[in-house]
Design a protein around this ligand. Structure first.
Ligand SMILES: NC(=O)c1ccc[n+]([C@@H]2O[C@H](COP(=O)([O-])OP(=O)(O)OC[C@H]3O[C@@H](n4cnc5c(N)ncnc54)[C@H](O)[C@@H]3O)[C@@H](O)[C@H]2O)c1
Length: 326
């Protein structure tokens, strides 16, 4: 397959973030001419970019995608855009007005500027949240989004439909990737909306029983961050446009099972403590059907949950220089 990335100029919004930083690491060996990053560091951070921030082809702009001048400077002359900057699901629920500006208005500005500057293709980070509680398991891309109850899911659906309409109106090529539950080194560990597995790693560190809110039966499809990054590269390189793809691991794991894996890979004999549930995300089940991504993007997830949780734990404990209490 032709390497479309070679000698191209690429913009990554949210490139200092968890997934964005891995996308940039996958891009660099493919020899782009320039990678421009716009990130306001509300999440993510300089530490995520330490492997490439000093690379002369990388240009980091500490700024907001709502700054139209900055955005236009980033898009003008660019061949490809990865639009990844976004707020988290809880953050959107806590502040829907900001959610509107970042998640709905900004993608509109991105799409408009991409048309104006003749960008060749946009890879849009969507989410499995568009389904809400899906109709089928495994969930194909054809399931409808009417069960979604979150602002975040609504915004991601808007993003997909926005790019679709721009393809129809102006011929702007795009691919939307619906990631399921991303995890791996560099996930947010100390923000307000830290994921449960990091809280459990803290419990393992402190020798305290980890808490499961609810009965632990809620399932997710955990997909390793580097696999997600590879799906982004595949979406750009493939001769595919105007499509949305599920990106998951095709394994349904309950929170209880997830905790068992974390305890096992850390050789911990702690036991879960169950408390009454309280979550912004009303979805009780997730499992991706990734046949479409396998067929059209040749996307195959490579990291098992055990392996991924080992890597996450090693990174987290090394980052905090921690020895685990058994
Ligand atoms: N992590 C997941 O499980 C998951 C699942 C589905 C979809 N996604 C989507 O994937 C993309 C990347 O997610 P992530 O997990 O890396 O999140 P992240 O929060 O680590 O990265 C997003 C980045 O965007 C930046 N950002 C936010 N608002 C900005 C603004 N106004 N201007 C400039 N930068 C801004 C943040 O500082 C952050 O570095 C997002 O679009 C997210 O919605 C993530």
């Amino acid at each position: 397959m032709q390497n479309k990335i070679k000698d191209s100029r690429i913009l990554v919004t949210g490139g200092a973030g968890f997934i964005g930083s891995y996308v940039i690491e996958e891009l660099i060996p493919l020899q782009p001419k320039k990678i421009i990053i716009i990130d306001n560091l509300v999440r993510g951070g300089l530490a995520n970019m330490k492997n490439f921030i000093n690379n002369p082809i990388v240009e980091f702009h500490h700024g907001d995608i709502r700054d139209l001048e900055l955005l236009e400077n980033g898009i003008a002359g660019t061949d490809y855009v990865f639009h990844m900057a976004a707020l988290r699901i809880n953050s959107c629920a806590a502040n829907p007005r900001e959610g509107f500006e970042v998640m709905l208005k900004s993608p509109f500005e991105v799409a408009t500027l991409c048309v104006k500057h003749k960008v060749k293709k946009v890879i849009y980070s969507s989410s499995a949240s568009v389904y809400g509680l899906a109709q089928h398991f495994p969930t194909p891309e054809t399931d409808n989004p009417y069960n979604n109850q979150t602002f975040y899911g609504a915004a991601k659906m808007w993003g997909e439909q926005l790019f679709r309409s721009f393809k129809f109106m102006y011929g702007l090529d795009y691919v939307a990737l619906r990631y399921f539950n991303a995890y791996g080194p560099r996930m947010d560990t100390d923000g307000k909306y830290t994921e449960v597995m990091i809280k459990w790693l803290d419990c393992i560190r402190d020798g305290k029983n980890p808490v499961i809110f609810g009965d632990g039966s809620t399932t997710m499809d955990f997909v390793y961050v580097r696999d997600i990054a590879k799906s982004n590269i595949a979406a750009l390189q493939a001769d595919v446009t105007d499509e949305a793809f599920n990106i998951g691991n095709c394994e349904e794991t309950s929170l209880k099972e997830l905790l068992e894996v974390l305890l096992k890979v850390n050789h911990s004999s702690l036991r879960p403590e169950f408390r009454e549930g309280n979550s912004i995300n009303p979805v009780s089940r997730r499992l991706a059907d990734i046949s479409k991504a396998k067929e059209l993007l040749k996307f195959i997830p490579t990291i098992s949950l055990d392996q991924g949780m080992k890597e996450l734990s090693a990174w987290y404990f090394e980052k905090n220089k921690i020895t685990v209490t058994e």
